[in-house]
Design a binder for this molecule. Structure first.
Ligand code: CO
Length: 134
C-alpha cells in the first residue's frame, strides 16, 4: 500500500542550528523557515535528490511538537511520511488491520495542503507514521 518516502520530520530545539547542520555541515539545499500556524510549527525543508527532510520547530502555545521536545530536549526524529494513492482507502485498511489512526480517525489536510493521517507509534515499531495522499 505505501509508496515513496515523502519526508522524514525531525524536531529541533534550535531551528537555526539545525538548519546550519544540514546546510553547512551536510551540504544540503535548505529552504527559508516557513511558519505554519495551523499546524503549530515552523518548518525548514531540506531537499534531497530522493526525498525531503523537514526540520520542525514549535510555533505558538499549543504546538504538537512541544511535548516531543520536552521529552527529547536535543531533538530527534518526530515522524516519517509515506505516500499513498488513496487516503480514504488507507484509513479504512488501517482500521481493518487494527491500527490506531490518531485524531478522529478521518484524514485531514496536512502541512502540504494534501490529505494526511497519522498512525499511533505503538502500532508501527515505535515510530509516528504519517500517510499522505500523493
Ligand atoms: Co509530516
Amino acid at each position: 500500500m505505501i509508496g515513496k518516502l515523502n519526508h522524514v520530520a525531525i524536531a529541533v530545539p534550535d531551528l537555526e542550528a539545525g538548519t546550519a547542520v544540514y546546510r553547512d555541515t551536510l551540504g544540503a539545499k535548505v529552504s527559508e523557515p516557513q511558519e505554519e500556524p495551523d499546524h503549530g510549527v515552523v518548518v525548514v525543508f531540506v531537499e534531497l535528490p530522493n526525498t525531503k527532510i523537514e526540520l520542525l520547530h514549535p510555533l505558538g502555545e499549543k504546538s504538537p511538537i512541544a511535548g516531543f521536545l520536552a521529552k527529547n530536549p536535543g531533538g530527534g526524529i518526530h515522524h516519517v511520511c509515506y505516500e499513498v494513492e488513496d487516503i480514504e482507502a488507507a484509513a479504512e485498511k488501517m482500521k481493518a488491520e487494527g491500527a490506531r489512526v490518531l485524531g478522529d480517525g478521518s484524514p485531514r489536510i496536512g502541512a502540504h495542503g494534501k490529505p494526511v493521517l497519522f498512525l499511533h507509534p505503538k502500532d508501527f515499531c515505535g515510530t509516528l507514521v504519517e500517510l499522505e495522499q500523493a
